[in-house]
Design a protein around this ligand. Sequence first.
Ligand code: PEP
Ligand code: MG
Length: 609
Amino acid sequence: MSASVPEPGSASPPGGGGRIVVTGLPVAPGLAVGTPVFHDETDIDIPVLALSADDVSGEQRRLATAIRMAKKQLADVEQNIEREVGRRDARIFSVQGLLLDDPAFRKAIRERIATRLVNAEVAVRDAVAAWSDRLKGMGNEADRDPVADLRDVGRQLLRILAGRPGRAAASAVEKAGADGSKVILVTRELLPSDTATMDRRRLAAIVTASGGAASHAAILARGLGIPAVTDVDVSSLPACGGPWIIDGGQGRVILNPQPEDLDQAVRQSQHYHDLREELAARASGLVRTKDGVAVEIMLNVENFDSVHPEMMSGLRGVGLFRTEFLFMERRTFPSEQEQYEYYVEALSQVGDAEITFRTIDVGGDKPLSYFSLPTEPNPVLGWRGLRLSLQWPDMFYTQIRALLRASAHGRVRILLPMVTMVEEFRRARTMIAQIQSDMQVHGVPFDEDVPVGAMVEVPAAALAARDLGEEADFLSLGTNDLSQYALAVDRNNARVASLYQPLHPGMIRLIKTAIDGAALANSQLSVCGEMAGDPDSVLLLLGLGGRSLSMSPYHLPLVRRLISAITLEEAREVAVQMLELRSTTEIRAELRGHVLRLVPELSSLLAPI
Ligand code: PEP
Ligand code: MG
């Protein structure tokens, strides 16, 4: 419940009233100053039409097209959130995708069109309302916000049917922030897909009337680092021009702030920002634990939109460049020359730092629209990653030639995905050597010492990491796929999402075996899956012997802060303790307890476990 408290005796700024503090529910921490923009789009105006029986099939086709478009939009949002924040938050959108695929939900809409002879918009609106009533109170751990998700999906369908597939809340923020000002979005309700598609350079904070701390929009706001307060009676807020102050940690909205409020807010938000960005630590590539042990930090990227060149300063470089995104964003295969130019451009962004380019990792959950893969009963266990490259050498040769040519312009490492057997690695090495000798013969310049490494993401390869480490120049532990295969849980299937637990005791033993194996082989191993960016897991990884982490830029500040605040001895003790626990829930809770004990200031920055 919100309370407006006009402060007695506070001076009125020109054109506005006195200082007003409105309290709500704090759902995403952080302090922000910005100009409020009121936006309301809870109900979309829809046409209400009476159909004749002849219109029904046309209307069903309109619906089917809208569902297809909505699925495509959701897949895009999911991919962006996975890249920027991580798989855990991106899963919200696979849950929404499942709803669109749900035969019963589709049937509920189609039947309304066919039997009530109403247009698709009315059928969607009514089906969503009926289903919302049924779903109320059914949220569980894996799917905490089913009604909001359903409404979100319904709203996306209605927008598409109305010919306005864009997102109105995002456009309102973009318009208001066009002059460079920071915007506070004030709205009755913000749905997850709206939160995910906002321009984060313009959006300073969010104030809403509904949506609790466990709502998907709130989870995303926390993941994206956008302060948010909810449970505020937004309709009673005066539409004064601002600036306003939002304190997402305390759940406060300050209208007509005094100059000293603003000073303090600016200072505190700077502090919060610094905490996130760890600007100071950029000067040194090696982050050290409190007792001086060096931990190497690298970044995971797919393209350079999300990376500022200055961020690279001092880092070893990019530990995982997922090149498949270059292939997936196009309609045809990029030629050798196109790839070469793209890789050279990427290298030019990082100066002296190195880039570990992972060769194309399509197949399984990453399809290529212009390359029809055979239908396989178990695609994730089938033709993907290096398996596909080895069986389709044309694509591999083209990419390796482009990468080797690019190596004349910067520090390149080549990383092979989904290596299962040393034989595969040897074959790929031989092919690379053939390309190198061919380039030598033709006088094409390249770096002859380009290291070639292997992803360790298949459980058997993790158990045999020592063997692979003796063959490869370096190893990269992909905990995302490793978890999927070790736990037998499809990483993209929302139905089994609650079982996707990288902190399972078995996973911890597997990771330990891989780290120990690499050490015995004297091979560099870096961890590049999501665990490398998750502070709770990082504490464990360090304790298990991990000394190199590659993560999405978003996670860098928190991980740096954690590492510099703990000693290796502490991390080792934690790891020993974790190896004795039997339950994932206990492991997660214990790790979080240790992280907060060792670095209490992270408490406002970590997502709830
Ligand atoms: C992994 O599997 O952990 C990994 C880093 O690769 P991707 O997420 O691209 O499959
Ligand atoms: Mg992988």
